[in-house]
Design a protein around this ligand. Sequence first.
Ligand code: T1G
Length: 696
Amino acid sequence: MNGPVSFETHGEIGVIRVDNPPVNATSQAVRAGLIAAADAFAASDAKVAVIVAEGRTFIAGADITEFGKPPMEPHLPDVIHHIEALKKPVVCVIHGTALGGGFEVALGSHYRVMVKGAKIGLPEVNLGLIPGAGGTQRLPRLIGMIPACEIFTSSRQVGADECVKLGIADAVSTEAPFEAGMSFARKVLAEGLGVRRVSEMTVPAYAAADLEALKAKVARANKGHVCHLKGIDVAVEGTKLPFSEGMKMERAAFWELMQTPQRAAMIHAFFSERKVASLPELKGVSPRPLGHVGVIGGGTMGGGIAVACLLNGLKVTLIERDAEAVERAHTGIARMLADSVKRGKLGADARDALLAEKLVTTSDYPSLAAADLIIEAVFESMDVKKDVFTKLDAIARPGAILASNTSYLDVDEIAACTKRPQDVIGLHFFSPAHVMRLLEIVVAGKTAPDVVATGFALAKALKKVPVRAGVCDGFIGNRILKTYRTAADIMVLEGASPFQVDKALEEFGFAMGPYAVADLAGIDIGYLTRQRLAPTRKPGERFGEWGDVLYEMGRLGRKSGHGHYIYDETSPKGRPDPEVEEIIARERKAKGITPRAFSDAEIVERYMAAMINEGAKVVGEGIALRPLDVDVTKLMGYGFPRFRGGPMHYADHIGLAKVLGTIEDAHKAGDDIFAPAPLLQKLVAEGRSFDSLNKE
Ligand code: T1G
């Protein structure tokens, strides 16, 4: 047999081998190959078959590149049914991550052996789908309704030991995949084990209350998403029917979801998070060494960066200004690592080894002389940063990379205070730096290509999602944030309540609205930003100033128990403070504004138009390479709802002409933030989408 699936016999054991790099996705050729191999097994003298995959993982799912295209036979559910219906037993060997359709192939096998370290999962909900090849019908029969629904609605990966406990796996092997399969097949032969079809099992009894509790938890955790509860409904109702009828129900629901904008958005997000790291400028460019990282500043950001590096095997030397600050930084790092131990992400011994062997905290700059990369994470003041970079320039070894974690300052200006501007780059982490996956790689005018490549290599090492950004105030994320925050403020000045704005945007899918975010970040942050921007404001530029009033009243947001919202034991998540409306009313009056009503729809439309328009400016100016880079930035760092795919994908979905219309209408009031982006105008004139730029 040629193609990605082969069949061979070893004595009484048949081996069905899948080899479809990079992750053995069940492409059409794999599906057809599995059918042919199953038939070859049936026709052979082999008494038991092993399904095993080459490469780093068993089948990692359906071939997502086929989504959105006309489905091609054989369909995966039919392939799996073909395997399950065989009259001779089939053993599936799972290594790496058997996800989605890959795990469903395993469920259609009669036995499952997992290689140590292997995991299974049903992550379809991350793509706006549900398992579509029997997962909702077989898994509840195998392990029970509640654990099955928990697995496919959480999309979590389940390790081999837990799979044995749940009844998913029959054994865990320390052998390599092929040998593990052969050993288990010999056991099947020796014990005369026959076929064992999951589809012929019945769902163990479960308490309706447990199901309702799970549904409530899933609904809370996935506001706005459709697929999670749909999957539970199909699992519950489908398994009450004969298996073939349940499969029809699952298939219908799967194809219904396949047509939704949510599925298109989440597939866009999936591929964009990968494509964002592939840049033409990096082709063939090798990164510099990256074993030893220096961090300057042990505060929230510096400590978080140090922990991110330590958790990913890098040696860290962290500098603080004096012994007390060094001690404080070390304590902070130890606390974050202890939290990782508590959450089961790190063993206690491993934590101790990191602190003993991989971390040095000191006030002695010369200890950075051997560092490969030094990340400055001190106070957001250009003078302070220039002082640090001047020192670093003098002690860092030749070829060491000097990076700033600045969130908006000019990296060109920072580079210019060193003798090695080619070695200077911005690495903008997001707080908490050891948790948030976004990393803006800010490329200054003289940054060398291999320094850029090293920034991307660092992101990969830290399991972060890197986005290349050019130098401007706020780079990609914060620059766009400033615009849509101002758009929200202008709507509040014109009559909307900040609480209505938050509610409308949370209904749209944001985890939090802009004013709840302002409370969380700290009203003082907003105050300092307005102070910083004051000298550059144009006459007549409209912006909200009630935040300054709150600041002067000592209302710093969540950290002081009072901001736009009141946070106390009766309302830990915050309740609107009516006094804020009075403060805003006074500001409107002082500015001669007669308030008008806003609908929730208009709030969302205007807010999103401002975000999209600024995104188009950022792409048009080359600050972001492609619209997908803007999408990834907002998805990974600013809580943009994943089921909408990012602002630029969302713009394509609602139509760029509509967005431009909203912008032009808003611009009539004269606010610069609503000046139409030339790129948006160009695309509308040419009848093109933002996505058409992603393919270039
Ligand atoms: N289809 C096509 N290509 C895929 C793919 C897939 N399912 N998964 C990964 N790739 C590509 C990816 O684009 C990248 O390509 C390369 O493989 C390495 O991926 C019927 C309908 C498996 C954990 O959702 O979670 O089955 O950039 O960089 O970090 O019910 O890939 O190299 O050209 O992510 O080692 C369900 C999605 C599908 C799994 C490996 N399965 N993949 O992570 O490598 S829906 C998934 C992953 C389904 C059934 C339903 C990860 C990984 P390139 P990578 P990685």
